[in-house]
Design a protein around this ligand. Structure first.
Ligand code: AMP
Length: 395
């Protein structure tokens, strides 16, 4: 995979697959522009070299052409962020687009209409990819969030650029962050796994077993482990069909010399809301009508010690119901320990769905080493899968 830093885009037209799948309100305002901001550095690398740019992305999941999901709506925000005029092609497949792209001058930026207006995009259609490729001299993939999809613009198009295909700055950063944990991570390497269910984390657990030194298991998934070990978890969330699996994970970890840390106490309530009474119980003896919803004070303390001795930290999944303020303290205190460790030189990667939401909610995003932008793509990377969009850049 070659980085755009190794190429001079002077007089070249670069077609860039970006991820502009941003939330938009009914007035067509962009509600969160972070994905647009994240693409800026790659766009300006090409422009500053003296090249021109063709941007392509999807927006939402349209069923055919649905103008509510037109990328035209994001142009004001895009122009504001880039401080640069943006041209728009409302038929990504039409002859007019061919003509505009052919005549693009250095410094010009063209945005194509939502690629998912065409079923060929998600079908990975070769002719569609070829048509897109005909607009440019080189291809840049900067959409890590869709790199796990073998779509026309994320993967298939790369075959039409033999030596002129590159990873954008964002994609490179994501890949580097994963490598810094799973390939070149400095020991001790710690994985923190939380969230509701163990079943959704099985592939990650299996994959990281050969890489990490310690694992913290928190949140809802920890109760399946505690029950499997003979604890009374009361009314807490549990996957009864995964008890044997939990035991086999613990045995495998032991064989590999990995220390697994489970919560020892939990903040419990009789109801899944902020309203009910709250009480800390030993995790092995939760009364039958109570459920554990957050890490208790002793667990937080124990986790903090483990986090602070780690040199590399991967965090996937909250360790309590952080959406409810009464049960957010475990996740907040864990985040604070990770920040402290990061300040002392540890590398910390937050990746995958809800831990990313938690980090954003508590404003930790600038204080850890890296927060992944790609939910599904990050999870598949952590599961040890090769992402088609990344493989395509290397072939
Ligand atoms: P996941 O998508 O599997 O990472 O799960 C994230 C969800 O797990 C979040 O919405 C949390 O509220 C939830 N969660 C964390 N701890 C618990 C718990 N003790 N009981 C129930 N749900 C939990």
């Amino acid at each position: 995979m070659i980085s755009i830093n190794e190429y001079d885009f002077k007089m070249r037209r670069a077609i860039i697959r970006v991820d502009f799948n941003v939330p938009i309100d009914s007035q067509k305002n962009v509600l969160d522009n972070s994905r647009i901001k994240a693409a800026k550095s790659t766009i300006f690398k090409v422009i500053n070299d003296g090249g021109s740019v063709i941007l392509m992305s999807h927006l939402g999941r349209p069923n055919g052409k649905d103008l509510n999901l037109s990328l035209r709506h994001i142009i004001p925000e895009l122009e504001k962020i880039l401080n640069h005029k943006v041209l728009f092609a409302d038929d990504s497949m039409g002859p007019a687009t061919q003509a505009i792209s052919k005549n693009l001058k250095s410094g010009e930026i063209l945005l194509l209409e939502n690629l998912r207006f065409y079923p060929e995009e998600t079908n990975g259609d070769e002719d569609f990819a070829k048509q897109l490729s005909s607009y440019a001299d080189c291809y840049i993939n900067d959409a890590f969030g869709t790199a796990h999809r073998a779509h026309a613009s994320t993967t298939v198009i790369a075959k039409f650029f033999k030596n002129n295909k590159f990873s954008g700055h964002l994609l490179s950063k994501e890949v580097d962050a994963i490598n810094k944990v799973l390939e070149t991570g400095k020991k001790p390497i710690l994985a923190i796994l939380g969230g509701a269910k163990v079943s959704s984390k099985i592939p990650i657990i299996k994959s990281i077993m050969s890489k990490v030194d310690e694992i913290i298991i928190g949140g809802g998934m920890s109760f399946t482990f505690i029950k499997a070990l003979g604890g009374n978890i009361g009314n807490s969330i549990c996957e009864d069909d995964k008890l044997d699996l939990a035991i086999s994970i613990l045995e495998k970890a032991k064989q590999k010399g990995i220390t697994v840390h489970l919560p020892v106490d939990v903040v419990c309530s009789k109801e899944f809301s902020d309203k009910g009474d709250k009480k800390v119980h030993n995790i092995n003896s939760i009364p039958s009508d109570w459920q554990g919803l957050d890490a208790g004070p002793q667990s937080r303390e124990n986790f903090s010690v483990v986090v602070k001795r780690a040199s590399t930290i991967l965090w996937n999944g909250p360790i309590g119901v952080f959406e409810l303020s009464s049960f957010a303290n475990g996740t907040i205190s864990l985040g604070e320990s990770i920040i402290e460790s990061t300040k002392k030189g540890a590398f910390s990667l937050v990746g995958g769905g809800d831990s990313v939401s938690a980090v954003k909610k508590f404003n930790f995003q600038d204080k850890v080493s890296y927060v992944s932008t790609g939910g599904g793509a990050m999870l598949e990377s952590l599961e040890g899968k090769e992402l088609p969009g990344i493989v395509a850049l290397s072939n």
